[in-house]
Design a binder for this molecule. Structure first.
Ligand code: TRP
Ligand code: SF4
Length: 403
């Protein structure tokens, strides 16, 4: 796919806890690289946090500010990216409402995260209207900025896919300009009753369900029509793929391809597994956590050989160590020439070295709350301006622009 450099990138993060190394390696490093290549909008998804944490909203504000400090400390640059807080831009909510009018319930019910999360978070009652609408709110977040690329993890691709379907449906319903419509109608008439019906069905199968075979059949159908002028043929070809006008462009997911950051127990690092190293954990706490983290369970005594492939520590080496160190670990472990604490030393040093400058900058930003608030206020202004513009177009297309 060919992505123009002027494509806008948008992504959000839920402020439900302290950022950890999993966020840093999985998301933030990617955002930091993108901010130099694209126009980037990054936001704190506080309404999204409420969909799961509505019973404890009090935890959200502190996480919001800690998260912004962590972003800045990690290297997100307020000069290169627009940083803002979702709930400060009410246009997201208005677009969400308007999109909800045309979004079939079944599209939301079949989003995999809906059932998965309800099962995973049994202790919370997630049978709410807000939680069902979560992916559509995410669609509004994306579409209100007409973002072309949405950096997300694997679990969020379905949400971007939903966004594409909603945008397509919106454009299909409201993107047609009056004179374009009559021209198209006249050309369709020339197809004859049977073919006209077929053409319309194929088009709506493609536009509403994304059926790519349908569009190929329709193109072939048009190619075989002798009685259409070239102009009419082009008109109908264009009408197949788009409508008159694309008001809400379809975004693409940008899958984050980074090494999986293991947690202290070897599972993926995640707050819900309580296996994290937070970006702002005390160095002494980090050192202790790494020193006491589990190793290959077969290695009970120092003299027992071990197997790096069965050891979570080795996964840390995969992230932090060069070939030489990894070689040293693999051999030393399998021959019991090195102890597990020897093996952990380079990991501990690398993690602390990585976090030292981040912690230093975090302390500086945390000491200047006014500066952080200003960065966010400025970002909110820029975001709001863009969001208003899109919302105006949407309202116009939906005949909501009466005065
Ligand atoms: N749902 C995302 C997550 O849980 C956060 C999010 C909200 C988001 N709105 C977004 C991500 C828009 C990308 C684009 O991680
Ligand atoms: Fe794991 Fe290293 Fe110990 Fe081997 S030596 S078991 S890789 S910690």
């Amino acid at each position: 796919m060919n992505v123009a450099a002027n494509t806008r990138v948008l992504s959000g993060m839920r402020p439900t806890g302290r950022l950890h190394l999993g966020h840093y390696h999985g998301v933030l490093k990617n955002w930091i690289a993108l901010q130099h290549e694209y126009e980037c909008f990054f936001f704190v998804a506080d309404w999204h946090a409420l969909t799961t944490h509505y019973e404890t909203p009090n935890i959200i504000p502190e996480n919001v500010w800690d998260m912004v400090v962590d972003w800045l400390a990690a290297g997100i640059n307020q000069g290169s990216a627009t940083l803002f807080i979702q709930s400060k831009i009410p246009e997201h909510a208005e677009l969400h409402l308007l999109l909800s009018m045309l979004t079939p319930l079944s599209w939301l019910e079949r989003v995999p995260s809906f059932k998965d999360q309800q099962e995973r978070l049994q202790e919370r009652d997630l049978a709410t209207y807000g939680f069902l609408g979560y992916p559509l709110l995410q669609s509004a977040d994306i579409l209100i900025y007409k973002a072309g690329l949405v950096p997300v993890g694997e679990d969020q691709v379905a949400h971007v896919e939903l966004t594409r379907e909603v945008a397509r449906r919106f454009n299909h319903l409201y993107g047609i300009e009056p004179d374009f419509a009559t021209q198209v109608e006249q050309a369709i008439k020339k197809l004859g009753r049977k073919n006209a019906k077929l053409y319309k069905n194929l088009r709506s199968n493609y536009q509403q369900q994304g059926d790519h075979e349908a569009i190929a059949v329709a193109q072939a159908l048009l190619a075989n029509q002798q009685n259409l002028t070239v102009k009419e043929q082009e008109l109908l070809l264009g009408f197949l793929e788009g409508s008159g006008r694309v008001i809400l462009p379809e975004p693409q997911p940008l899958l984050t391809k980074t090494a999986k950051m293991p947690g202290l127990d070897g599972q993926k690092m995640s707050k819900s597994y309580a296996n994290t190293i937070a970006l702002r954990d005390e160095p002494s706490k980090i050192e202790k956590a790494l020193r006491t983290m589990p190793t290959d369970p077969a290695r009970v005594r120092r003299t027992d050989p071990g197997e790096p492939d069965k050891c979570p520590v080795y996964q840390f080496h995969e992230v932090y160590s060069n070939m030489d160190v990894k070689q040293w670990v693999a051999e030393g472990c399998r021959t019991a020439r090195i102890g597990c604490l020897d093996c952990k030393r380079p990991v501990i040093d690398a993690v602390l070295a990585e976090l030292a400058p981040i912690q230093q900058r975090a302390a500086e930003f945390a000491a200047q709350p006014e500066l952080v608030r200003n960065i966010i206020n400025e970002g909110c202004e820029v975001a709001r301006e863009t969001a208003r513009w899109t919302l105006d177009e949407v309202k116009h297309a939906m005949f909501l622009n009466y005065r």
